[in-house]
Design a binder for this molecule. Structure first.
Ligand code: PLP
Length: 384
């Protein structure tokens, strides 16, 4: 017997593929790079790779990519200035899992802690805290989206008797604002809270924030106890992924030896993706630090262009320092739908991820002008 798709179903694949190519071109609002090419790794799609268990402990089944996974962890631990002999991490299914793992670790260290995070925190964090049954207090944000440190100080002062877990955003979801971990740490110290833990949620911006000047305080040297990033955002991957790096002495409190898999069960899920570590490995080998910096600069240049063009058109737009996200007044819903812009209340954003080209921005601007012709003609033009 031979089993294969019939020609109608094969045609459906082609049709769907064409739709994906079109949607990928018109996606300006969500943070996934589009410039990757892992076709050199196509063969791995024919094998069931599984990194079950602790990446540092090879399991009985070695149909895995733990070697590559460890190289990826080492690369990013170095980039995020993790303590050389005291870090541990693994490749996750995305930023959400990395954040969940870090919060889990923090809770094991300080079961009675209060979690503090800003209003601009990613929606998944609330769910994580709910799953972990952790108490939290929401801290006000500044208009830019960055945490309001006076509010943090005020709230912390009212809860000094409890250990503090501060969840910092390194690139908030709507405006790509970055909380300052050095300031957070100094506020916690000022309150004389001795048991504390700071996590950097750097899902979107962690990789390039570590490479840009001036240095933005968010890494281990600056005071973070753990950092999570997404792999399918700036780095780029066809399958969602990410990684989490923590201080190893903390992590040693979690995880038990499981004879069945012959490894330590230190991660959130059982079976773990064996393909995504290889994509990330390929990316660090292909681009390395220089390549990542180059791509970041291209994104920043395009974001500056987008911001300027919008302002010249008379459309309100702004950007946080070193951000590749351009925040703009929410346009017509047809434009939001066509260009897949993320929006919230009266703002929307465009994220200039690697792989987005100026011609896409120009086409978007043409649509904007066409839809809002009347409104724009009433506004005084900004000087160009
Ligand atoms: C994208 C993002 C997340 C969630 O990451 P996933 O990879 O989608 O799970 C969490 N926090 C921030 C700040 C993000 O940008």
């Amino acid at each position: 017997m031979k089993f294969e798709l019939n020609s109608a179903d094969s045609a459906l694949i082609k049709e769907h593929f064409a739709r994906i190519v079109d949607s990928s071109y018109k996606m300006l609002g969500y943070p996934t790079s589009r410039d990757f090419d892992y076709s050199e790794l196509n063969e791995i799609m024919r094998y069931p790779l599984n990194n079950v268990g602790d990446p540092r402990v090879e399991s009985t089944s070695i149909l895995s990519t733990k070697k590559e996974e460890n190289e990826v962890i080492d690369f990013f631990a170095n980039l995020f200035r993790a303590p050389q002999h005291n870090y541990w991490g693994y490749v996750t299914n995305g930023g959400t899992e990395g954040n969940l793992y870090a919060l889990y670790l923090a809770r094991e260290l300080y079961p009675n802690a209060m979690v503090y995070h800003s209003e601009a925190t990613h929606y998944s964090v609330q769910k994580n805290l709910h799953l972990l049954k952790m108490d939290r207090i929401v801290i006000r944000s500044q208009p830019s989206g960055e945490m309001n440190y006076e509010d943090l100080e005020e709230i912390l002062s009212q809860h000094r008797h409890r250990p503090a877990i501060v969840f910092a955003n390194i690139g908030t979801t709507m405006t790509e604002a970055k909380d300052n971990v050095a300031i957070i740490k100094s506020v916690v110290k000022k309150m004389a809270i001795r048991q504390y833990y700071i996590h950097s949620d750097a899902a979107l911006a962690g990789v390039y924030t570590a490479l840009l000047e001036p240095h933005h305080p968010f890494d281990f040297v600056d005071g973070a106890d753990s950092i999570a990033i997404s792999g399918h955002k700036f780095i780029g991957a066809p399958i969602p992924c990410g990684l989490v790096i923590v201080k190893k002495n903390y992590k040693d409190r979690i995880g038990q030896m499981v004879p069945y898999i012959g490894s330590l069960d230190t991660t959130i899920t059982g079976s773990r993706n064996g393909h995504t570590p290889w994509f990330l490995w390929y990316a660090i080998k292909k681009w390395g630090i220089e390549g990542f910096r180059y791509r970041a600069q291209e994104s920043l240049d395009l974001a500056a262009y987008t911001e300027k063009k919008l302002q010249e058109t008379g459309w309100p737009a702004w950007r946080n320092p070193n951000a590749i996200t351009v925040v703009l007044k929410k346009p017509h819903e047809d434009i939001i739908a066509k260009w897949q812009l993320a929006s919230e209340e009266d703002i929307a954003h465009i994220i200039c991820m690697p792989g987005v080209k100026q011609e896409q921005i120009d086409a978007f601007l043409e649509d904007l002008k066409m839809y809002h012709k009347h409104e724009l003609s009433l506004k005084p033009k900004a000087e160009s």
